[in-house]
Design a protein around this ligand. Structure first.
Ligand SMILES: C[S@@+](CC[C@H](N)C(=O)[O-])C[C@H]1O[C@@H](n2cnc3c(N)ncnc32)[C@H](O)[C@@H]1O
Length: 263
């Protein structure tokens, strides 16, 4: 099975670079999920840890607050995000900052005890390649721990757009079974997964769209409509979405998959 959706990498880089100044004010779900992710590890003390897709540095900062991390390597494909993490962790000496793609990490073999990643790997093109790269960088008893979105994420938005046209307006996300397969293809063992659903509520569909833009979560699939969405199309989607309203609120489902695995 191919471990790919066709993702426009330049669009990913550009979307997250543009969202650097708004990300923190909209990313409450990301922070909540990040804290749950950190609670899934027994200890980060004295470890060399890689944070893949570090964003504005929330997870890295929490790691330093919570434990005696030996060294941290913060990686992001968007340079403004790497700079934001650097600004946040200025007082921490033991951090290296790298602007790089998770699919082509410019790091030596066997250097990390643990790789963590919060809600970033869904933007990668080929997860088997990503996991093979992680395996190369990890020490012999290394571990990965990450969260990513599952297929039910933004299902209300997806079905509402389907009433308007045939384009993919919402990114596709892999199922647990596919994630396990990609990890096995990269020779990871002891794979453990947990799926949780969160529901965020908005006063209007536009408020949801504003949040997605604010965190940089644009549609980055190559099969997206590259033309402008007209006002009439947007209105049609909003009307379709309004049918999902519960108690006067617009719901949005986020399916989160937590994964840990060893080499
Ligand atoms: C939703 S943000 C999550 C940020 C952070 N982990 C957090 O919990 O707040 C996703 C981040 O992953 C980064 N990213 C996306 N694709 C990437 C790739 N291929 N390699 C490295 N970073 C990537 C984006 O630039 C963005 O900063």
């Amino acid at each position: 099975m191919r471990a790919t959706f066709s993702i426009d990498k330049d669009k990913v880089r550009h979307s997250f670079s543009s969202a650097v100044s708004t990300y923190d004010s909209f990313a409450s779900l990301q922070r909540k999920v990040g804290l749950e992710l950190l609670n899934k590890s027994e200890s980060f003390a004295e470890k060399i840890i890689l944070d893949i897709g570090c964003g504005t540095g929330f997870l890295a900062q929490e790691l330093f607050l919570k434990s005696l991390v030996k060294q941290m390597i913060a990686v992001d494909v968007a340079l403004p995000m790497v700079q934001a993490t650097k600004n946040k962790l200025e007082s921490e000496g033991a951090v290296q900052y790298i602007c790089a793609d998770a699919e082509k990490l410019p790091l030596l073999e066997g250097i990390a005890d643990q790789i963590i990643s919060n809600l970033a790997l869904q933007w990668c093109q080929n997860l088997t390649t990503v996991f093979k790269g992680f395996k190369r960088i990890l020490k012999q008893d290394g571990q990965i721990l990450f969260s990513t979105f599952g297929p039910a994420t933004l299902q209300e938005l997806k079905t509402s757009w389907a009433e308007v046209d045939c384009y993919t307006h919402v990114n596709n996300f892999y199922s647990v079974d596919k994630l396990i397969l990609f990890l096995e293809q990269a020779d990871f063992r002891g794979v453990h997964t947990e799926v949780k659903r969160y529901q965020s509520k908005y006063r209007t569909v536009i408020e949801l769209m504003r949040e997605l833009k604010g965190i940089g979560a644009h549609n980055v699939l190559s099969g997206r409509n590259r033309g402008m969405t007209s006002k009439a199309q947007m209105l049609k989607m909003v009307n379709a979405y309004e049918k999902h309203k519960v108690n006067n609120f617009i719901p949005a489902t986020y399916e989160i998959i937590f994964v840990s695995a060893n080499i």
